[in-house]
Structure formats: structure tokens, C-alpha cells
Design a protein around this ligand. Structure first.
Ligand code: MN
Length: 236
């Protein structure tokens, strides 16, 4: 094997700390689930009927990853920059066409994440039938806590998920309210992709999404998983 000669230095591999280890989790892909809590689907004007609908997904580029605790500039092109507090599932093994019973074996840990969103651009795209990239897949939009290894936690089926802005509670729900639970998501997503170690899955946000402004501090918490925080800086 010869080492390739690159025209310029390739970008560093995006990664996250893994709690209790000196190792980092190298991020391969970032999948996000849309409308996975009923009350959030309703607040977005698109209720979900699980009996007739399937989950849907969008992606964020791994280069959008930001570690919890960062300060990010208020992004360009928006006047309605929103937080979305989410449970993140970290994948540690390959999985393709998984059954719900078999799916949990590929989980290697969990994290608390923020799916930061340019809501105005997302809604224009949605309503015009265009891709969501400008609203979702933008720089520094995927905020994530360190990975908590699954250890004895096993499959998470409940637990409080909350978010505060400047100390005021904006989102407060429970993981038990997920429309499609973790095994259902992994089984479904793996019909479309070969899931790989390093993949992250943002599992959707509960109700109460809203805007933030420069100077605001976001802090989120998921019971037994951890905390995520973000400070909003001035626009560039
Ligand atoms: Mn989301």
C-alpha cells in the first residue's frame, strides 16, 4: 500500500470524547429523525399517524459537529435560529436490515444533542418541496455531548429530556414519548443504509422548540445520559 499524496491536508476526522475512556468516537455519518414526538409534530403543523406513516430522516454532514460547551456565532441567512433537544444514539457495530429484536446490539452509547435549525429556511424548503439542507445541514449545527458508553444502561425506553434557555425551561418531555422508539428506528433506517460504527442518530425533538438570540445560553439534560450546552455568539 502506498500512502496517497493529497493536494492539501485532508480535514481532521470529526469526533467526540467517550466518557470514562481516553478514546474518542470518530463520527462517520449524522442521521436525524424528523417529527418523532407527537406534540412537536403538531406544533410544526404536520401531525403524525404511526398507523399509516413511516419515520423519515435527513442528514447533517459530519463536519457540522460541535462539542457541547462551545460558543457558536449566530448563523448567516436566518432570522429564526432554533434549538431542538434530542437523544443521540451512537452506533458501534455494522447493521443492515436489522430486526427490532436484533437492533439494540449495534448501540455503543448515548449522548445529549442539539439539532440546531434555521427554521425559516427549513420551512421555506419544506413548503416548496425542496431539500432541507440550508435549514439543517449548516456549519456548527450538530451539537453533541460526550458519548456515554451503553454499559449497564441497556436500551433506553424512558427518561426525562429537558432544555433551558438562560435558565428558563423551554422543553420538558420523556423519551417514552418517542413515536418510533430506538429499535424501531434502527430496524427501519437499516433497511436503507448499512449502518456503520461511528454513525450518530439524532432521534428527534419534543415540543417547545423556539428561537435563540446572540448572548443566549442553551442547556439540555437527559436523565442517565448527560448534559449538553451551547452559547450563541454574535453573527460573523
Ligand atoms: Mn431535530
Amino acid at each position: 500500500m502506498t500512502t496517497p499524496t493529497y493536494l492539501f491536508s485532508p480535514p481532521a476526522t470529526p469526533s467526540l470524547p467517550v466518557l470514562g475512556t481516553g478514546a474518542r468516537f470518530p463520527v462517520n455519518r449524522i442521521f436525524c429523525v424528523g417529527r418523532n414526538y407527537h406534540a412537536h409534530a403538531v406544533e410544526m403543523g404536520r401531525p403524525v399517524d404511526k398507523a399509516t406513516m413511516k419515520p423519515f430522516y435527513f442528514t447533517k454532514s459530519p463536519s457540522t459537529l460541535v462539542e457541547s460547551g462551545a460558543s457558536v456565532p449566530y448563523p448567516t441567512g436566518t432570522a429564526n435560529y432554533h434549538y431542538e433537544m434530542e437523544l443521540v444514539v451512537a452506533i458501534g457495530a455494522q447493521g443492515f436490515r436489522l430486526t427490532e429484536a436484533d437492533a439494540p446490539r449495534i448501540i455503543c452509547g448515548y449522548a445529549a444533542g442539539l439539532d440546531m435549525t434555521r427554521r425559516d429556511l427549513q420551512l421555506v424548503a419544506r413548503d416548496q418541496g425542496r431539500p432541507w439542507d440550508l435549514g439543517k445541514d449548516f456549519e456548527k449545527s450538530a451539537v453533541c455531548s460526550p458519548i456515554l458508553p451503553i454499559g449497564d444502561l441497556g436500551l433506553l425506553t424512558s427518561g426525562a429530556i429537558t432544555l433551558q434557555v438562560n435558565g428558563e425551561t423551554k422543553q420538558s418531555a420523556d423519551l417514552a414519548q418517542l413515536i418510533w422508539n430506538i429499535p424501531e428506528l434502527l430496524a427501519d433506517l437499516s433497511q436503507y443504509y448499512h449502518l456503520e460504527p461511528g454513525d450518530l442518530i439524532y432521534t428527534g425533538t419534543p415540543e417547545g422548540v423556539g428561537p435563540v438570540q446572540p448572548g443566549d445560553r442553551i442547556s439540555g439534560h437527559i436523565d442517565r445520559v448527560g448534559d449538553v450546552s451551547l452559547t450563541i455568539g454574535q453573527p460573523e
